[in-house]
Write a protein that binds this ligand. Structure first.
Ligand SMILES: [Cu+2]
Length: 63
């Protein structure tokens, strides 16, 4: 489980893009979005660095 903060995740479109990126990386990942606080919870075995890199490539820097 990783918890990331994605400052540029501001609307449902962003959630859709991020969801698609993460699902492509790991079709079995479990995602929970909290738009107001810009948080994403990601249940996956993927290493955190791989997720951060993929989201960055998609235009969403995160920490
Ligand atoms: Cu958006």
């Amino acid at each position: 489980m990783h918890i990331l903060t994605v400052p540029d995740m501001t609307c449902g479109h962003c959630v859709g893009v991020i969801s698609a990126v993460l699902t492509e990386l790991d079709p079995d990942c479990e995602l929970s979005f909290e738009l107001a606080s810009r948080r994403v919870e990601i249940g996956t075995r993927l290493p955190r660095e791989e997720i951060v890199e993929a989201l960055s490539d998609a235009g969403y820097d995160c920490e």
